[in-house]
Design a protein. Structure first.
Length: 90
């Protein structure tokens, strides 16, 4: 799946409907911010999910071509980040 197709999964309505849109890496972040600039009344705060990581691992690497261990590491990182995000924003 190419980058343009992935970013199309986030619609213009999402930028007006959601308070946060969290992404995994700087390429996603750049694409989302560019798309958000074309939306009037954008209310979503666009951030890297990794910015909430208590272990300071900012980028969440795509494990698609990796091993089972790589998928486990990404799962653990996402879990840490989501917990921290919820603690900060609840």
């Amino acid at each position: 799946m190419d980058e343009r197709r992935k970013i199309c999964l986030v619609t213009k309505d999402d930028f007006m409907s959601f308070e946060y849109i969290l992404c995994m890496d700087e390429s996603n972040l750049s694409d989302l911010k560019r798309k958000a600039n074309s939306v009037k009344n954008c209310r979503a705060k666009i951030e890297l999910l990794g910015s909430y990581d208590p272990q300071n691992q900012l980028i969440i690497k795509d494990p698609y071509y990796g091993s089972d261990e790589d998928f486990e590491k990404v799962y653990e990182q996402c879990l840490r980040c989501c917990k921290a995000f919820l603690e900060k924003n609840s």
